[in-house]
Ligand binder design. Structure first.
Ligand SMILES: [Zn+2]
Length: 102
């Protein structure tokens, strides 16, 4: 019950601020990052129509980073990363097409 009075970091789950100090009247959505996660992550506001494109783009970036790491790893890991990157690119393309269709 101790954690229930606090809003937690949306990245790591650490307590970020005391719930009772916040007026939730009219709240739609919210996100919070603790001090530590804020050093490496950002809370970004995106139009709903762009959410799938943004998620796909993030997947491509993550897969590309995994690929770069895998280049120094055994062949099996590199092939796995290539597959992930390829799937991410396909997902990105699909999201882009869906977004352009409206
Ligand atoms: Zn955190």
């Amino acid at each position: 019950m101790a954690g229930a009075d606090y809003y937690s970091c949306d990245k790591c789950g650490r307590k970020t601020y005391y719930d009772a100090e916040v007026d939730y009247d009219g709240l739609g959505s919210m996100a919070a990052l603790c001090e530590d996660c804020d050093k490496t992550h950002a809370a970004i506001i995106v139009e709903r129509s762009q959410v799938s494109v943004r998620l796909a783009a993030e997947a491509v970036v993550q897969a590309a980073e995994a690929y770069v790491v895998a280049l120094d790893a055994p062949a099996e890991e590199t092939i796995k990363a290539c597959d992930t990157l390829y799937e991410a690119v396909l997902a990105h393309r699909k999201a882009k097409e869906e977004a352009s269709r409206g």
